[in-house]
Design a protein around this ligand. Structure first.
Ligand code: ZN
Length: 347
């Protein structure tokens, strides 16, 4: 039921992916061509391109180094804050020491002036002059001590200024590196989205799934089936079904079930499931919905009744929830009236 335009796009897309990966899936001459196309599309949907894998690997490495870079920024900020605090302390200590030194020098000037004054006084008092001399000596000593202190605080200030500059430069550098990395990650995230063709391929496969059923039905033989984890399915769905079971298992959901059944088994099932008759009554009229023999996708290995934890799954099961969220990626659709029945068309 595909239009010529869609068929052209499918063939073109198929040719493109086959050229890129160079690993077409093994096909059987007995498997109809549309089914092969479907299988190939699903294979490519579930097999990321080399470019995609490369970008994904790069992105993972970049995300890891972003964590390292983020730690560097935090460390840089801490060092910067500490250096600024040290600088503030050094500026205050330097100002205080210089003020002290200036006060001491003023004291020295006053003491000298007083000595001059008392030395010139007549009558000259020896005791007063000696006192003034003592005051000058003390003032000299005090000015000298405070000068040394002021020089020390000036050196400390210079060191603090240098540390603060270094901390600022370091912080700017690590922040810039962090931002560069963030930009690179954003770019690669966009590239990854652009390179992710899985939904596109799965969509193309879904678009031909009804044609697959038609094609398979016209030339089906049991030789076209194979088993996946003990479940017999049509070869065209084996790869994607196996992947679905494996990925579900990785998520803690163990799926099993029944796939292919012969027409004879379908006839038997119609009787077992209490259908009003074998050949005409609708599936919905049976106690358990059961397709008319010759119409069931089970007879082509294109439908699977899923069970989990030893019983047929219902809508309230974890397995159903997992399938509802993920089965589409593997080309499987649920038949709404039967929670357990999944096929490539939902039929
Ligand atoms: Zn079924």
């Amino acid at each position: 039921m595909t239009t010529p335009r869609i068929r052209f796009l499918l063939v073109a897309a198929l040719a493109a992916v086959l050229t890129i990966t160079g690993t077409p899936i093994p096909t059987s001459a007995a498997v109809p061509q549309v089914a092969q196309q479907w299988a190939s599309l699903m294979h490519h949907s579930l097999t990321p391109s080399a470019a995609y894998v490369r970008v994904r690997t790069t992105l993972a490495a970049q995300r890891a180094s972003l964590r390292t870079q983020s730690a560097r920024v935090s460390k840089g900020r801490e060092a910067h804050t500490a250096a600024q605090a040290e600088l503030t302390t050094a500026v205050a200590a330097d100002a205080a020491a210089r003020t002290s030194y200036a006060v001491a020098r003023e004291g020295l000037t006053s003491a000298r002036n007083r000595l001059t004054l008392v030395s010139q006084q007549r009558p000259r008092s020896g005791v007063v002059v000696a006192g003034a001399k003592g005051a000058v000596t003390a003032a000299v000593q005090s000015a000298s001590t405070r000068s040394v202190q002021a020089r020390k605080t000036a050196v400390a200030l210079k060191a603090a200024q240098s540390s603060a500059r270094t901390a600022t430069v370091t912080l700017d550098r690590v922040v810039a590196a962090y931002q560069r990395l963030t930009t690179a990650i954003r770019t690669n995230q966009q590239r990854l989205i652009a390179l992710d063709k899985s939904a596109e391929f799965a969509g193309q496969a879904a678009a031909i799934s009804r044609d697959v059923v038609t094609d398979v039905r016209t030339r089906f033989t049991v030789a076209d089936t194979t088993t996946v984890n003990g479940i017999t399915v049509h070869k065209s769905v084996a790869f994607t079904f196996r992947r679905m079971l494996a990925d579900a298992k990785a998520d803690g959901i163990v799926l099993s079930g029944g796939g292919f059944r012969t027409k004879q088994q379908q006839i038997k099932l119609r009787k077992v499931n209490g259908c009003p008759d074998v050949w005409t009554a609708p599936a919905s009229s049976c106690r358990v919905p059961t397709a008319i023999p010759g119409r069931s996708l089970h007879e082509l290995g294109l439908a699977i009744d899923i069970s989990s934890e030893g019983r047929t799954i219902g809508r309230d099961s974890a397995a159903f929830r997992w399938l509802a969220a993920n089965a589409g990626r593997y080309g499987f659709v649920n038949l709404p009236s039967e929670a357990w029945h999944w096929s490539i068309t939902g039929g």
